[in-house]
Design a protein around this ligand. Structure first.
Ligand code: CAA
Length: 262
């Protein structure tokens, strides 16, 4: 499939590769238009279905991961058209149904819907140039892609309220202190660091990575005791897999593991 609003490529040398998706509307700071979100959903699903792909990396360009939903399009809506076209909801959450790890690499502006999309990734790496925020209040609206729900879960209530209510931007160092991003690196190293992390994950057994992703994301959905119970059941279940046999045999015999179920 050919795309007009994203760039898609496959990278890596190992048996399983990384699917790289770059948001690509540079003139609009990668504003998340409807066609872009349709294409993003299609590209994510194609990589998820490809057994040759381990991780997916989602990024923008140096200036912007994404500066939000597409404001000129939003400006045309009234209540009924927003409701009937499922504005923001129709094609924004494909990413949540992807089973493979999705790593976000953020440079520059990551605002509004851009920040909401980033928070739907499994892990975020940031360039020191990154700026995060939910400035919807300045447009007379509220976040519509989960900002009021995910931001407090990522950074705590007080900082989330501060960002949501003032509309101010948070730099990468503050985002790392707050727990929004896993690592901050110089802008020039962002892709290398992110792709290296992806390569490392690609080298492990895919079903195990998928299970860790599913269980970790579930931590935000279910009570602690329930989550631990589900994890325990899955922990017991992995002892029925060839991956557990191989991983532990490789450790005991001091040799690299050869994953039977890649
Ligand atoms: N949608 C569409 N176009 C956008 C955009 C957006 N969200 N953000 C920036 N652009 C466009 C600008 O209109 C401009 O286009 P032109 O050159 O054709 O005028 C171009 O990108 C460059 O932007 P600026 O000239 O404004 O660049 P700057 O460096 O001076 O400022 C900025 C950068 C601070 C990010 C500023 O562009 C800005 O404030 N953008 C809007 C951010 C925002 O409010 N995001 C939330 C959107 S609503 C939302 O996302 C709802 C939701 O929850 C889903």
């Amino acid at each position: 499939m050919s795309y007009e609003n994203i760039l898609v490529e496959t990278l890596g040398e190992g048996a399983r590769k990384t699917g790289l998706i770059r948001l690509n509307r540079p003139k609009a700071l990668n504003a998340l238009s409807d066609p872009l979100m349709d294409e993003l959903g299609a590209a994510l699903q194609a990589f998820d279905a490809d057994p040759g792909i381990g991780c997916i990396v989602l990024t923008g360009n140096e200036k912007a991961f994404a500066a939000g939903a597409d404001i000129p399009t939003l400006a045309q809506h009234d209540f009924m058209s927003a409701f009937q076209t499922q504005l923001i909801s129709r094609n924004w959450e494909h990413i949540l149904r992807i089973r493979k790890p999705v790593l976000g690499a953020v440079s520059g502006f990551c605002l509004g819907g851009g920040c909401e999309l980033a928070m739907m990734c499994d892990v975020l790496y940031a360039a020191d140039s990154a700026k995060f925020g939910q400035p919807e209040i300045k447009l007379g609206v509220i976040p519509g892609g989960g900002g009021t729900q995910r931001l407090p879960r990522w950074v705590g209530k007080s900082k989330a309220m501060d960002l949501l209510l003032t509309g101010r931007l948070m730099d990468a160092a503050e985002a790392e202190r707050a727990g929004l991003v896993a690592r901050v690196v110089p802008a020039a190293e962002l892709m290398a660091v992110t792709l290296q992390a992806a390569d490392t994950i690609n080298g492990y057994a895919a079903p195990v990575a998928a299970l860790i992703k599913q269980l970790t994301n579930q931590a935000f959905e279910v009570p602690l005791s329930e989550g631990v119970k589900i994890e325990r059941g899955m922990f017991h279940a992995v002892f029925g897999t060839a991956n557990q046999k191989e991983g532990m045999d490789a450790f005991l015999n001091k040799r690299p593991a050869q994953w039977p179920q890649p």
